[in-house]
Design a protein around this ligand. Structure first.
Ligand code: FAD
Length: 402
């Protein structure tokens, strides 16, 4: 038995109590990280994380594990840079191996317009504390010798932005790092217990209804990924979120030595190599809103065509597995964190295709907000009421989608 499993065997799983100070709906990365930071940073352990399925069964256990801070607006760069830094010490802090690996990320440009966009990104990143630089084709080739710089004759590489701090971490281990850290400090993690309704007293949310009965709470936080509009509707709250599937695939093993994460700002696809040597790829989300987790042949065909133009060796590999998650996409492609206008109900949502990298900073900030009743400056710009105030945090170009 490996060390990873052994450290989990002594965890104590409890039956639900009838009341907690804080109930978090959703045992994905954001829900568990918030619980962990409530316990570790604020000494709050009357906290339950209620998960419909097994923990990490949502997008957190389905993503392509990329951590980066090279966003396009100052508020996001600062937020994701902080998250990137928290990730780099998470293993040390939790004592749990998350297989964190700094790889660097190359964002390829094939046209002058894309080069200009990447240059603007690099300058913005530098101004806000995230290291991103422009590199030419020769440096791209040095970092990733497997790339065909002609792009199969169709997509020549004119240059790229390079973000050396980008990393990956094993997603299910991140889930368990936070879960075990929270549970050891008295948080109850309650899997296989769907929340079916919110308890209300007048306009205030006072708890949740589950198959095991009602559970009352001082504060309820919704951290349910693509299901957020369903939970919002339980409090008659209409949210500016659409749920779209996002697919990914892995191939069989390729010899180790594919160093960086390679992303493409125009073809909207990306690839990295896992610790096992598999090539892990993704693309933009499906345009049709849906709760379906089915993979499609169209996705496979489109990613394969784009990727083999850039990386011809991929033609000799086999696709082992494809899968999908359901993503909570906001109108401005930025997260929504904080108050909802419904007393007693907070949300962390709008994590779309980009929320794995945000788990440490999002969890830490939401914990601070719950403990103090005030949004910390790092997340204040991401409040839900920004849409009513015409203060959208538009950053579609950083989300790797059209
Ligand atoms: C294929 C794919 C690739 C991705 N790649 C990346 C990437 O490389 N980098 C990156 O930063 N992000 C990536 N993402 C996005 C990232 O995975 C998500 O934004 C992030 O995991 C969201 O975490 P979460 O905790 O908010 O939601 P989730 O992990 O989805 O957790 C929500 C949980 O709530 C539970 N739940 C729902 N309804 C209820 C209910 N009524 N009662 C109780 N529980 C409920 C669900 O079962 C689920 O476990 C990717 C996503 C996908 C699908």
């Amino acid at each position: 038995m490996n060390e990873f499993v052994e450290t989990l065997l002594d965890l104590e799983w409890h039956e639900p109590q009838r009341s907690y100070d804080v109930v978090i709906i959703g045992g994905g990365g954001h829900g568990l990280a918030t619980a962990y930071y409530l316990a570790t940073r604020h000494g709050m352990s009357s906290v339950a994380v209620i998960e419909a399925d097994y923990i990490g069964s949502g997008n957190t256990g389905r993503n392509t594990t990329i951590i980066r801070a090279n966003y396009g607006i100052p508020e996001s760069v600062r937020f994701y840079q902080h998250s990137l830094e928290l990730y780099s010490t998470l293993e040390e802090e939790t004592g749990f191996p998350i297989m964190h690996s700094t790889k660097g990320l190359i964002w390829l440009a094939h046209t002058e317009a894309a080069l200009r966009a990447e240059r603007a990104r690099a300058l913005m990143n530098q101004a806000c504390g995230a290291g991103t630089v422009m590199i030419g084709p020769d440096e791209v080739a040095e970092l990733c010798p497997q790339l065909d710089l002609t792009g199969g004759g169709r997509y020549p590489v004119l240059g790229a932005s390079y973000h050396p701090g980008a990393a990956t971490a094993r997603h299910d281990r991140v889930v368990w790092a936070y879960a075990q850290g929270a549970m050891r400090r008295g948080v109850d993690v309650l899997p296989h217990l769907p929340v079916t309704a919110l308890l209300r007293d007048g306009g205030r949310v006072t708890g949740v209804q589950t198959a095991d009965g009602p559970i009352s709470a001082g504060v309820v936080l919704s951290a349910v990924g693509g299901n957020v509009t369903t939970v919002g509707a339980m409090a008659d709250l209409r949210l500016p979120i659409r749920t779209h599937p996002l697919q990914a695939l892995v191939t069989n093993q390729y010899s180790q030595g594919f160093g960086p994460i390679v992303s493409d700002s125009e073809l909207l696809c990306y690839v990295s190599q896992t610790a096992r040597g598999q090539m892990l790829m993704g693309a933009e989300f499906d345009s049709q809103p849906s709760y379906s987790r089915a993979s499609s042949f169209e996705f496979l065909q489109s990613v394969a065509a784009k990727m083999t133009h850039l990386l011809p060796f991929l033609r000799d590999l086999r696709v082992l597995r494809t899968w999908a998650g359901i993503c909570d996409i906001s109108p401005d492609y930025s997260p929504i964190m904080g108050f909802t206008g419904v007393d007693g109900l907070l949300i962390t949502t709008g994590w779309g295709t980009w929320g794995f990298k945000a788990i440490p900073a999002g969890g830490e900030a939401m914990a601070q907000m719950i403990a103090t009743g005030t949004p910390p400056p790092l997340i204040a710009p991401f409040a839900l009421d920004r849409f009513a105030r015409d203060h959208a945090m538009a950053d579609q170009g950083s989300a790797g989608t059209r």
